[in-house]
Design a protein around this ligand. Structure first.
Ligand SMILES: [Fe+2]
Length: 206
């Protein structure tokens, strides 16, 4: 019997937010996201100028945890999730720590997509799911070795998940997903009539 093993594994972390304290009030988080989006004219201007469907606070607001207690609670919860993921990854952080760098709101309307991208300059990135209407998009991750697979045959349709070139994950409201920031991902088109609302973030090593 041959001995087969997996090398250079890509880890994906998924957990429900309330598993760790402090508990985050998702209804309040949703209301806050909508209220911020309603007031942020500079953010809407940026989205329009840059062809971003829907709304993101990414370019306009950098102090959500300072302004809104529910975001402060969220960051405390995320710190614990990120620490758990760093442990799983067996990072040797030395005398530095993983710290929140950015956190921002995404509101993707019907027909909106977010094309493939990485999060440069960060170590851990992730998303918390705030509103996921029936039929809305999963998040799609791409095998980071894809650009090297010039002559590789495609994988069988029913290939094991860990061997597929793309991985689709359908998070539930209140879920947090974490991945290493170099992992390319995209949000396919939101086919639901309602908004898909999420909060994304980056952690740096400093
Ligand atoms: Fe992203």
């Amino acid at each position: 019997m041959a001995d087969l093993s997996s090398l250079f594994v890509t880890r994906l972390y998924r957990a429900a937010l309330p598993e760790r304290k402090p508990l985050v009030d998702i209804a309040e988080l949703e209301a806050t996201c909508l209220s911020v989006a309603g007031d942020d004219d500079a953010g809407h201007d940026w989205c329009e100028e840059n062809g971003y469907p829907g709304y993101t606070s990414y370019a306009s607001l950098t102090d959500l945890p300072w302004r809104f207690p529910v975001f402060a609670d969220l960051v405390r919860a995320l710190d614990a999730h990120v620490a758990a993921f760093a442990e799983d990854l067996e990072f040797d952080l030395g005398d530095k720590t993983l710290q929140l760098e950015d956190i921002w709101i995404n509101i993707l309307p019907e027909g909106g997509t977010h094309s493939g991208h990485l999060h440069p300059h960060s170590v851990i990135s992730g998303t918390v799911y705030v509103a996921m209407p029936e039929g809305t998009s999963a998040i799609k991750f791409e095998d980071p070795r894809l650009p090297m697979m010039m002559a590789a045959p495609p994988r069988a349709k029913d290939a094991k998940r860990k061997l597929r070139t793309f991985a689709y994950v359908e998070p539930k409201v209140g879920d947090v997903l974490l991945w290493e920031s170099w992992l390319r991902h995209e949000v396919p088109m939101n086919m639901a009539e309602e908004n898909r609302i999420s909060v994304s973030f980056n952690y740096k090593w400093e």
